[in-house]
Design a protein around this ligand. Structure first.
Ligand SMILES: *Cc1c(COP(=O)(O)O)cnc(C)c1O
Length: 444
């Protein structure tokens, strides 16, 4: 056995992988290193990364700004607990995050994964109303097709059917679900789009602590974009019914939709903003729940009246993660990332029109550097491919042969390249995706 086969054999024996069937004999690819937008495999091949390592590697790999910030931090300390201690990287990062996020949010709670930052937001929202002497407001309201993570609180607000967690539905906290809006990003939001959410609020607002939403686009639920106007109307309803608004920007933050944060498309200001994924530019685990002063102030008190927020993790506020995140933000400035992105977004827009002409593409959804291409068995009736055909994966297999790494969501082929991808690489990514869809859906 050569070293590549050996590593694979060892992996098969020892390791669980996220969202991977055991025994299905899916291929697994040992990686040697990663540089820019390229992942170098141990067998010598190079792949252009169309996934940004689960949507996180905003500037690509081995980035000078992030590397430098990290290695400087390592000289002084890798970690100290955040209980009763603080440090410059955490304060600097909080300062920066407050600067770049909507003006409504002012205070930062650090955790280490997106799911946990969602848990934190849920717990804060419930405890907020407890402090306001409305303890009956302890449920969440959300819309179908949402995804907020894999831990129990996060699963409870993730789509119960579409969200891969239906096995657990009996033991999850029961939350309120409304229908997702049908208005596309470019359409206006009609009364009909908001009706389901409105009626849930009318019926249940006395027991609702907060609404949680992914702004502009439901990512893992299948790249479902919706009108920013919907978001604004949700915000108005939150104000009217006295319900907090939690915006989950774990997928959309850090330039993904063409603006730094997706809520900027309609200037909607949340009570809590949740960040993860791209927060460290794909380097290290870090997430943040950022709240208004109003939410923060509800917790003021000296360990009395249940005001203390009893939540924290061993690696909370990790200084190396904070340094990586500071390097990530520096890269945005040093490389003018958002400005440079605009031409690439235009290129994508133009090229993606071609995809609509493919025989088995039902729908192309995109904004910024975030794309979902929906494959259908029948273009007329929009009949989807049966899941067991694994058509999304067939496209990914073809792309892999041509040097591009993709990871679909069911029948939706996803493009989430690093926001800082050079134009030449973006061209290759798009062209290989096009030919891979054609090969997978037409040539068999
Ligand atoms: C990925 C994701 C999460 C979960 O983050 P993890 O770091 O994987 O726990 C939550 N919400 C959204 C919108 C996401 O895309």
């Amino acid at each position: 056995m050569n070293s590549v086969q050996n590593l694979i054999a060892q992996d098969r024996k020892l390791l669980w992988h996220p969202y991977s069937a055991i025994g299905a004999d899916l291929p697994i690819f040992p990686v040697k290193s990663a540089q820019g937008v390229r992942i170098k495999l141990l067998d010598g091949r190079e792949l252009i990364d169309g996934m940004s390592s689960w949507w996180s590697a905003i500037h690509g790999y081995n980035h000078p700004s992030i590397n430098q910030s990290l290695s400087e931090q390592l000289q002084s300390m890798a970690h100290v607990m955040f209980g009763g201690l603080t440090h410059q990287p955490a304060v600097d990062l909080a300062t920066k995050l407050i600067e770049i996020t909507p003006a409504s949010v002012q205070t930062v709670f650090f955790a280490d994964s997106g799911s946990v930052a969602v848990e934190v937001a849920i717990k804060m929202a419930i405890q907020y109303w407890y402090a306001k002497q409305q303890p009956e407001k302890n449920k969440l309201l959300t819309i179908r097709y949402g995804y907020h993570g894999d831990t129990f609180g996060a699963m409870s607000v993730t789509d119960p059917v579409n969200g891969m967690h239906s096995l657990f539905s009996d033991i999850l906290s029961q939350q309120f679900f409304a229908d997702a809006p049908k208005c596309d990003f470019s359409q206006s939001c009609t009364d009909q789009d908001i009706e389901s959410l409105l009626s849930q609020l009318e019926k249940n607002h006395h027991s609702i602590a907060a609404i949680i939403l992914e702004p502009i686009v439901q990512g893992a639920g299948g790249m479902r974009f919706y009108s920013p106007e919907y978001l604004r109307r949700v915000k108005e309803l939150c104000d009217h019914f006295n319900v907090l608004l939690i915006l989950d920007e774990i997928a959309t933050g850090f330039g993904r939709t063409g603006k730094m944060f997706a809520c900027e498309h309609e200037d909607v200001t949340p009570d809590m903003l949740v960040l993860g994924k791209g927060l460290t530019g794909g380097y290290l685990p870090l997430s943040a729940t950022i709240t208004t002063q109003e939410v923060y102030d509800a917790f003021l008190g000296d360990y009395e009246e249940f005001k203390t927020f009893f939540h924290g993790h061993s690696y909370a506020g990790n200084p190396v993660s904070c340094a990586a995140s500071l390097g990530n933000l520096e890269a945005f400035e040093n490389y003018n990332t958002l400005h440079e992105l605009q031409d690439k977004v235009q290129f994508l827009e133009d090229e993606l029109k071609e995809f609509g002409g493919l025989k088995h593409v039902g729908n192309v959804r995109n904004k910024g550097a975030m794309v979902g291409i929906e494959l259908v068995q029948d273009k007329e009736t929009k009949e989807p491919y049966a899941p067991e055909l694994k058509m999304g994966w067939k496209v990914a297999d073809h792309a892999m042969k041509d040097g591009v790494l993709l990871r679909p969501l069911g029948n939706v082929v996803v493009l989430m390249p690093p926001v800082g991808i050079p134009m030449e690489d973006l061209k290759k990514l798009v062209h290989v995706t096009y030919s891979s869809i054609k090969k997978a859906t037409e040539d068999s």
